[in-house]
Design a protein around this ligand. Structure first.
Ligand code: ZN
Length: 569
């Protein structure tokens, strides 16, 4: 999914502040044009690659706008040649192709390699193509062809790039209606690419464009990789409105949406402590049980963990906040299936202090890297190492399995759970770090379990801790609303299996799927409270929340938890 952020910067040219957009994340799921015009689903990342200072007209990438060192000559050039152009713009917002055009003019003046100037104009043409600005598109393609041809004449193109370069010139000629020149350049592309092994596809593409030209690249690869995304693709492609028009439209929908958002209260605050059953869970760091090699690899100080006083103070802290289930990290498994080693002496020491808790090591890892549940041998090793651990330390209450990502419907994961259940000593808890239900706010199949799959996992587990975060939602109330809905869904779907609702307290800003101002303790609790308040009596399988994670909790958050969840001041 393409996620945009906005940043206020000071223009490197005139020093005035203005806002630029930047990408948190994007995708390449849109259809690629035969002129190598890559497209994303939704907002086009292309439009962030050149932006313009509205005061002086300086244009370039976000990085250039912030960090370029401009000398007085360049500033004078921009002042004399670019700034006046701003006045002639009919649009209130600067369209993306204009930013590329200005960037190209500035690049030309600065003596940037001629080929790159061609690319800037080519990208301007792509923007026009997206926005159906046909005349402008033609103009920019003509402007791209000239430097592209010059770069070849001046031998500025690497030999193995000549085929691709010639093809692009041909493609631009074809798209402005000059068939004759297009054919000439396709022939040059076929000849140049033909001399390089590995460029067979380019040869085939050139022949196709010469004889039976297509506007888009074939889409078969996409069909295999993302079957679920295809129906959406069509909807998005019809939406060819450029960013600046979208923004204008948003401004024109006067405040109604903002107002609706402001008065909307999907979350609930519940300071009476009604939902704190004192049987909550929390994920803990590796150091609490980890072996020496982990401390060496990660250069961690053993004395912070292997220390009776430290362990007891952790137990006191967690106990005072109503935590019963603790999940110390014992990941990742080795690729042959064995779970990560623990330090036996430390594990016993930890259990001495955690006698009142259920200590459930958290095992698993990354699917396809550490975890191969499709392999019987891997499963055998995984299961037997779990059994070893539980037999060596009988006071451990069970294990929690967490394999990421794990898509809905994966049959191997169910087999793994069955085999674990069979082999684990009687009375031990089989806990699963589960995935939340699908949501339209985060339309990706991985990371969400459909109802039927969720139920199949629930039937095989004693405890589920659904990881109700990493939703990429950017507005707090939408997340509260989602948490409220998820709370009832997972409790209803889990049947008799105990549920701890997993909540985020970690920062990880800038990853694109987690915004700490949205996914945090406050919003998660507000949503969970709203979800639980729909029940007259609490569902029997509800046990509490599971905090991800202990090492990200600070004093303020512990206090908030006490006031807003435990209801004890
Ligand atoms: Zn400026």
């Amino acid at each position: 999914m393409t996620i945009l952020g906005v940043e206020e910067i000071s223009c490197a040219c005139c020093g005035k502040p203005f806002e630029i957009s930047f990408l948190y994340s994007t995708n390449n799921l849109g259809q690629e044009g035969t002129d190598f015009h890559g497209r994303a689903l939704g907002f086009q990342p292309l439009y962030t690659e050149a932006q313009t200072c509205p005061s002086c007209g300086f244009s370039g990438s976000g990085d250039e706008l912030k960090n370029t060192k401009l000398d007085e000559y360049l500033k004078a050039f921009i002042d004399a040649e670019i700034r006046p152009l701003l006045k002639d713009l009919k649009e209130e917002m600067i369209p993306p192709w204009i930013s590329f055009e200005y960037a190209a003019r500035i690049a030309l003046w600065r003596g940037i390699p001629i080929n790159e100037i061609g690319h800037l104009y080519h990208m301007a043409a792509w923007c026009c193509d997206d926005c159906e600005e046909k005349e402008q598109e033609k103009r920019y393609r003509e402007k791209a062809i000239e430097p592209f041809e010059k770069a070849l004449q001046k031998n500025e193109i690497a030999k193995n790039e000549i085929g691709r370069h010639s093809y692009l010139i041909g493609e631009n000629y074809r798209r402005i209606g000059d068939r004759e020149k297009a054919v000439l350049w396709y022939d040059r592309a076929i000849e140049a690419a033909g001399q390089y092994p590995g460029q067979e596809r380019l040869v085939a593409l050139s022949i196709q464009q010469k004889t039976d030209p297509q506007e888009f690249m074939p889409r078969c690869k996409l069909n295999h990789a993302y079957p679920v995304m295809i129906p959406r693709l069509k909807i998005w492609q019809r939406q060819k409105r450029p960013l600046w028009r979208t923004i204008l439209l948003l401004c024109a929908v006067p405040g109604v949406l903002c107002l609706a958002y402001l008065v909307w209260s999907p979350g609930k605050f519940s300071p009476e402590g009604r939902y704190d059953l004192r049987t909550n869970g929390i994920w803990l760091q590796h150091g609490w049980l980890g072996d020496d090699s982990w401390f060496q690899r990660n250069r961690k100080n053993k004395s912070l963990f292997r220390n009776d006083r430290k362990i007891q103070s952790l137990a006191d802290l967690l106990g005072s906040h109503g935590v019963k289930y603790v999940f110390p990290h014992v990941c990742p498994a080795s690729p042959n299936g064995e779970i990560a080693p623990v330090d036996p002496v430390q594990t016993e020491r930890f259990l001495d202090h955690f006698g009142e808790f259920a200590v459930i090591p958290w095992v698993g890892g990354v699917l396809g890297v550490h975890c191969s549940p499709e392999s019987p041998q891997w499963r055998t090793n995984f299961v037997s190492s779990v059994v070893d651990l539980l037999q060596s330390h009988p006071r451990l209450a069970g294990v929690q399995v967490n394999i990421e990502p794990m898509s809905s419907g994966n049959p191997d994961f169910l087999i793994l759970l069955d085999e674990l259940r069979q082999a684990m000593p009687a009375g031990k808890i089989l806990s699963v770090a589960a995935y939340p239900p699908p949501t339209r706010w985060h339309p990706f199949p991985e990371g969400h379990w459909e109802e039927s799959y969720f139920k199949q996992v629930a039937q095989r587990a004693d405890q589920l801790a659904p990881m109700m975060y990493d939703t990429a939602i950017m507005l707090p109330k939408f997340y509260q609303h989602l948490m409220s809905g998820w709370t009832s869904e997972v409790l209803n779907w889990a049947g008799n299996t105990q549920v701890l609702l997993g909540i985020p307290v970690y920062d990880d800003a800038g990853v694109g799927y987690h915004f700490p101002h949205v996914e945090n303790l406050q919003n998660a609790l507000a949503g969970i409270h709203a979800g639980l308040s729909k029940y007259k009596t609490l569902p029997k399988n509800y046990a509490g929340i599971a905090i991800y994670c202990e090492w990200e909790m600070d004093l303020q958050e512990w206090n908030y938890l006490k006031e807003e969840f435990a209801g004890t001041q």
